[in-house]
Design a protein around this ligand. Structure first.
Ligand code: FAD
Length: 477
């Protein structure tokens, strides 16, 4: 029996998708510049079916690419040629809500926003809020250790997960819990990008809804002033619920799209949200306003009610699609830098924009130093390679100023070159050794997230330590 015939014995027809056309919706994730049709897509409804699928894949040595909602921006869920795509969208049950313990136990295919909607009746919510939260799955959030506007104060996904149950490559069920002793394997699973196990259940920490939240919108005539203002807020020990920044290009695009009331002549815009009880919010808003005034903000506005607050956020939350309207294609980068380097890095990105003749809009989680330059290009004009080279330079720049190649979107296939630059041979070997412990036969999402040393040598994108040539024993091509 062939691979697909064997699968058809264990799955009903409607859960098994074959054929080039039917598989087309699964040929890419949010990084749509890269596409690959898989051999087959399966949409299991039960854990038992996943175990059976894994057994068949092991037998036929067919790699498994797990997929949540496919909104990832680094190609993590990009199919491999001759792979099986394991779509988990049908595992979308909220299994338990315990308002007393403030936890929810959920299946991986539940949408991020659906969790907060379901627990709102108990006065609770789930804090990490990627801008894709209306669509992305919680399994994908855990696999990417996703962030969001409110992660500055409430932590990333890893800080809001109490237990994860996975199926390993052998189909065995393993649970990692925050109460476990020893090495923190729960943290290891967060951000494991589908390489270490298939996440089948997650216990999430919930939080009481905040009594009040207000957002300040501040426009600045110079990026440097805004960057200084961000640093000053945090230096004074204020932890806003979120602190986001946009440059002139992004402000204009977001305003045209969302009509949020942004000052389109400003060179930089900050949205800073303060939450807490009545007194904390009043005091926080006053403190931040003082800082923004001292930093010479040219426009200041404080939301006066919930509708105004949501409207101010609407522009920021829809900045990606807003920029998407202006160009046939855009490439979203995800470097993270020390906050004090913000103004320098933005000036360098502007220089690179001229060098590559490609426009760029900067949207970022300023409080975390997490940049999202959106590089505008037209693939039909052959500009993809230029956009990739521009993106790679931004990641190198992030490393040069003491940052990292990803803040929240993960490595996937996109940042394999950047991994070579950021990590030494010994560090990459450690990543490979961890992968082998969980999945020796390289069944789960092989080739993603961790570059081989040969690839690093070929790319010439390498971690240079004490000016010594890295991987000297590896042949160069
Ligand atoms: C408009 C837009 C805005 C975005 N904003 C943000 C943002 O603010 N913050 C942020 O962090 N990200 C953001 N993202 C990126 C993306 O939404 C997140 O990475 C999200 O967590 C991906 O979830 P998903 O369900 O779509 O996962 P997918 O794209 O399907 O998969 C992502 C990775 O996780 C693995 N995976 C998925 N499910 C499982 C599972 N159950 N078990 C094991 N591995 C699994 C896949 O193999 C893949 O490697 C944005 C994306 C878009 C398109």
């Amino acid at each position: 029996m062939t691979f697909i015939q064997t699968l058809s014995k264990i799955l009903p027809k409607n859960l098994l998708i074959t054929g080039k056309e039917d598989c087309a919706p699964f040929e890419c994730d949010g990084l749509s510049a890269y596409r690959q049709k898989p051999l087959v897509v399966v949409l299991p409804e039960t854990i038992k079916q996943i175990k059976q699928i894994l057994k068949v894949c092991r037998g036929f040595k067919v790699p498994v690419v797990t997929r949540g909602a496919g909104t990832g921006l680094a190609g993590g869920a990009l199919p491999l040629e001759n792979s099986l795509v394991l779509g988990l969208s049908k595992l979308n049950q909220i299994l338990e809500i315990d308002p007393l313990r403030q936890i929810a136990r959920v299946q991986p295919g539940v949408r991020n926003l659906a969790i907060s909607e379901a627990v709102a009746q108990y006065g609770l919510y789930y804090a990490p809020d990627p801008s894709s939260q209306i669509a992305c799955s919680i399994g994908g959030n855990v696999a990417e250790n996703s962030g969001g506007v409110h992660c500055l104060k409430y932590g990333l996904t890893v800080h809001n997960v109490q237990a994860i149950t996975v199926l390993n490559a052998l189909g065995e069920t393993v649970t990692f819990d925050y109460r476990d002793e020893g090495i923190d394997l729960l943290a290891l699973l967060n951000g494991s990008e589908g390489l270490l196990g298939i996440i089948i259940e997650i216990t999430l920490k919930l939080r009481p809804q905040v009594a009040k939240a207000q957002v300040i919108m501040a426009g600045f005539d110079q990026v440097e002033m805004a960057a200084k203002a961000v640093s000053e807020v945090l230096r004074q020990g204020i932890i806003p619920a979120g602190m986001e920044m946009m440059d002139h290009f992004a402000i204009k695009a977001a305003e045209d799209f969302a009509k949020a009331g942004y000052p389109t002549s400003a060179q930089a815009l900050i949205l800073c949200e303060i939450d807490g009880d009545e007194r904390q919010v009043k005091q926080g808003i006053e403190q931040v306003l003082t800082i923004f005034k001292a930093a010479q903000a040219s426009v200041l506005k404080v939301s006066q009610n919930e509708a105004e607050r949501l409207n101010l956020w609407k522009g920021r939350k829809s900045a990606f699609p807003a920029v998407g309207r202006l160009s046939p294609d855009y490439y979203c980068m995800d470097g993270t830098i020390p906050r004090h380097q913000l103004a320098f890095v933005l000036a360098e990105i502007a220089r690179l924009s001229k060098k590559y003749h490609l426009a760029v809009a900067n949207v970022f989680h300023a409080g975390d130093g997490n940049l999202h330059p959106l590089i505008l290009y037209d693939a039909n004009q052959g500009e993809l390679e230029k956009a990739e080279a521009f993106g790679a330079e931004i990641l190198s720049l992030s490393l040069k100023v003491g940052g990292t190649i990803t803040g929240e979107h993960g490595v996937g296939i996109e940042k394999l070159g950047g991994m070579c630059e950021q990590f030494s041979e010994a560090e990459l070997a450690t990543f490979h050794a961890i992968k082998a412990v969980f999945d020796k036969s390289e069944l789960l999402n092989p080739g993603k997230a961790i570059p081989t040393l040969h690839r690093c040598a070929e790319l010439g994108q390498m971690h240079v330590h004490h000016n010594q040539l890295p991987f000297p024993h590896i042949e160069r091509f």
